[in-house]
Design a protein around this ligand. Structure first.
Ligand SMILES: [Zn+2]
Length: 464
């Protein structure tokens, strides 16, 4: 039976990263214990912990213990800090294929849960950490989330998140080490596949599309008839009817190439009885109003709308219209986002009027975010940040880059307004809706007097 060491980072006198009353060591232990019980309940495996209470254990003690046990795998659980957001995984520098394979298996499954909860995937990395360097077996260290990020910390405090992320890490460990499943009555596993692709980018786009629809999925590589496919796994079920019901739900979202495969658990490899369908050439349809597009309203119409609520709002509409045009962004909808972020420019949140930060760039509720020298620069940064999300093109040359977080955006990851949920605002499940509701009011309030005028003209025509 394989032996796995699970290492909850820090503990005892060493709290790890600290955010007020929240200590990294606490979350490390919680998640590590959940991973432990998930693995013990579901797989033939022996789990040993470097600590299972709030004890002080040195780094040497941890790695000596693992080496003495001749463990097959070492998993270290940490939380990050230092002003970022999201999750990352580490292996030692220049490790072999075996360790990389385990890292990938864990990383892919964890990323799928992070995606669902709107946390960023910061990638698979290498580092010269003690526990990775001094262990004589494959070792992976996870930085689950950032304890000093308000959104991340609130996720870490959620039981559902803890359970899902721990289960994802555990199934990744099991897949990476080919752990044998414990015997259960049901031999077969029914897996919902939401498309199989020859190009990895297409599979990744599908995973993002599903995440936006709150369906978690990850990419599984499979070679069939000497051809490599990237299959999007969107759930595994003990009963065929449940898998089929899930596939029906996925197809209803427009993913018509979803299907069910049967995986024999005790056959380990999981051969595929049904061949995957060839990838469809059509791109995933954008959902709802696009971020890129023409500005419909004039600056005057926008100003009239905002002034009904706040007569003292700064005059920014013309800038949004003009810069929106340069970057191909809907300036009026961007303005609606600024209205939402600033509360009709009354700035009663954590961002102050003097910052000229109309889109809450870098603000998290606890941190006040970026400051721009002038209102013009603030609007420019806002439009550039939307450009980062909605386009993969390089920046138009007219203006210098002023958005300080441009390079942190996954380019092209949100082409429609309702894809900003969990990206611009974390978790932000209602963020896009609130923007679009404001934009709708803006359109409706502009339309009403125009409609009135058309009615009057019609009346006049009738009287002639
Ligand atoms: Zn740590």
């Amino acid at each position: 039976m394989k032996v796995i060491i699970i290492d909850p980072g820090h503990g005892g006198n060493d709290p790890g990263a600290v955010n007020k009353n929240s200590f990294e060591k606490t979350y490390n232990l919680k998640i590590a214990k959940k991973i432990q019980s998930y693995l013990q309940n579901n797989y033939e495996v022996k789990i040993l912990m470097t600590r299972s209470s709030d004890a002080t254990v040195s780094l040497d003690e941890r790695t000596d213990f693992a080496n003495k046990q001749k463990a097959d795998f070492y998993l270290s659980i940490h939380q990050n800090s230092g002003g970022g957001e999201g999750f990352e995984s580490y292996v030692y520098i220049n490790v072999g294929a075996e360790t990389k394979k385990i890292q990938s298996a864990i990383h892919a499954r964890t990323a799928s849960v992070m995606n669902k909860y709107g946390a960023r995937n910061r990638g698979q990395k290498q580092a010269n950490f003690h526990v990775l360097r001094e262990t004589r077996m494959p070792a992976v260290l996870l930085e689950v989330l950032f304890i000093d990020n308000a959104g991340n910390l609130s996720l870490l405090n959620r039981e559902d998140f803890q359970n899902e992320v721990s289960a994802a890490i555990a199934t990744g460990v099991a897949a990476g080490l080919s752990l044998k499943q414990k015997q259960q009555e049901t031999k077969d596993l029914f897996i919902a596949i939401a498309g199989a692709f020859e190009q990895k980018e297409n599979a990744e786009a599908r995973v993002r599309f599903l995440a936006d629809k709150k369906i978690s999925a990850f990419i599984d590589e499979e070679t069939i008839n000497n051809k490599k496919y990237y299959r999007v796994q969107a759930g595994a079920f003990q009963k065929r009817e449940n898998a089929e019901a899930h596939v029906v739900k996925i197809r209803a979202l427009g993913v018509t190439d979803a299907f069910v495969i049967v995986k024999g658990e005790d056959r380990g490899q999981g051969p595929v009885p049904e061949p995957p369908k060839p990838e469809p050439p059509k791109p995933i349809p954008p959902t709802g109003l696009s971020i890129q597009g023409a500005t419909l309203l004039t600056a005057d119409e926008i100003e009239r709308f905002v002034r009904k609520v706040n007569p003292n709002a700064p005059r920014l509409a013309a800038l949004y219209v003009q810069l929106g045009q340069v970057y191909g962004i809907r300036g009026d909808a961007a303005y609606a986002q600024a209205v939402h972020e600033t509360g009709y420019f009354r700035f009663q949140g954590s961002v102050k009027a003097s910052q000229n930060n109309f889109a809450g760039i870098g603000a998290t509720g606890k941190t006040e975010g970026a400051t721009f020298k002038t209102p013009e620069e603030g609007v420019l940064a806002h439009i550039q940040h939307l450009f980062a999300y909605s386009s993969t093109e390089s920046l138009p040359p007219q203006y210098p880059l002023v958005d300080p977080r441009f390079s942190l955006v996954q380019r092209g990851s949100a082409t429609a307004w309702n894809q900003l949920n969990g990206k611009w605002a974390v978790p932000g499940t209602n963020y896009s809706n609130m923007i679009l509701e404001i934009y709708k009011s803006m359109l409706n309030e502009t339309k009403a007097p125009l409609q009135e005028r058309i009615n009057q003209i019609d009346q006049q025509l009738k009287e002639i």
